[in-house]
Write a protein that binds this ligand. Structure first.
Ligand code: KG4
Ligand code: ZN
Length: 334
């Protein structure tokens, strides 16, 4: 028997099946992620139908395993939270339906969670004392957005990608140089042995006035470069590509934080795991008087602890509950 408010979080917006148990608002009792990346690798990207079917198969086991790991019982749960957007509609439908079924069967409230908002909450799990206001850079395979977090629940997007997300561009460039999907972590590693000045790739929208991003042009520049120089060293391509991506992300994020008179920049999402981006942002932050926060890598990439955290906060602090009519919204905005 446990007294704590326990949230079961479910994440299935893309190719990770994830389940977590959270006590209160920040105490992670279990955080399980089953990545389907290997299943999709041979297609060079996520196949929605394959993802949906695998979520259906894995989710019930992960729920049981999370309950066991957290040493609680189903009847001890207080809330069920699941991502309902943005993401792939089939995968989202699996998680939302499972969550609604559990909530109905157990007589619990249900909260649908915005995946982007949850990425911002990842930071609260590692540093509960870090409260808004701050600027958040959400940079992943699906998103590249600068979000002014006035308070939890009150957001203003100040810039976003006009085409590819940073992680999406890295994954596509990885494919061109023969790296398996997803390529971000491998490009990170390869770049350590390369020369970031070897190829002068463009810094798309790097000097534009606003805070929007564009990464599709970089992808095309890499494609043309490789056509002309098929023997270019992989490590030099990786290092030069990251030099461009890191340059633009760092400059715009620090500039936006200062322009909005904020002292802190919180960096979340899968690409926030990038070691070059971390180093560069920390150095630039120190120089420009902006404090930089990154959650640990396990909370940066897709996980359900962040979903439970956003759901618990919305339920406990903002008195939010969704009824079972809530359906997935693949293009849900903040
Ligand atoms: O947040 P996430 O797990 O899923 C989405 O919501 O998209 O992010 C996945 C993305 C992929 O594009 C992957 O290549 C990238 O994050 N990624 C990285 C690193 N680790 C994962 N990109 C650069 N450096 C890394 N170390
Ligand atoms: Zn994500």
């Amino acid at each position: 028997m446990t007294e704590a408010f326990l949230t079961l979080g479910i994440e299935t917006s893309c190719d990770e099946t994830a389940v977590a148990i959270l006590a209160g608002e920040t105490d992670v009792r279990a955080n399980l992620v089953y990545s389907q990346a290997d299943l999709h690798a041979k297609y060079g990207g996520v196949v929605p139908e394959v993802a949906s079917r695998n979520h259906v198969m894995k989710l019930p086991y992960l729920v049981r395993q999370a309950i066991a790991e957290a040493r609680v019982k189903m009847k001890d749960l207080s809330l069920v939270a699941a991502t309902y957007g943005p993401g792939l509609v089939g995968p989202l439908l699996v998680g939302v339906s499972h969550a609604k079924g559990l909530a109905y069967g157990l007589g619990l409230p249900f909260v649908g969670v915005n995946h982007l908002e949850a990425h911002i909450f990842a930071n609260r799990l590692s540093d509960a004392a870090l409260e808004p206001p701050f600027m958040a850079l959400v940079v992943s395979g699906g998103h590249t957005s600068l979000i002014e977090v006035k308070s939890y629940g009150d957001y203003q997007t100040v810039g976003t990608t006009v085409d590819d997300a940073a992680g999406e561009a890295l994954d596509k460039i990885g494919k061109m140089i023969g790296i398996g999907y997803p390529a971000g972590a491998e490009i990170d590693r390869l770049a350590r042995a390369g020369d970031p000045k070897a190829i002068d790739f463009p810094r798309p929208m790097g000097t534009s006035a606003g805070f929007d991003f564009s990464f599709a042009g970089l992808k095309t520049a890499v494609l043309y470069h490789l056509k002309k120089h098929p023997r270019e060293k992989e490590a030099d391509v990786a290092a030069s590509v990251l030099a461009s991506v890191v340059d633009v992300l760092t400059k715009k994020s620090i500039e936006a934080t200062r322009r909005y008179h904020l002292e802190r920049l919180v960096v979340v999402g899968g690409v926030a795991a990038n070691s070059h981006l971390r180093e560069r942002l920390l150095a630039a932050g120190e120089e420009r008087g902006v404090s930089i926060a990154f959650p640990p890598i396990a909370f940066c990439t897709d996980n359900a602890a962040m979903i439970a955290a956003a759901g618990a906060y919305r339920h406990l602090q903002l008195s939010e509950t969704h009824d079972f009519a809530l359906t997935p919204d693949p293009s849900l905005a903040l």
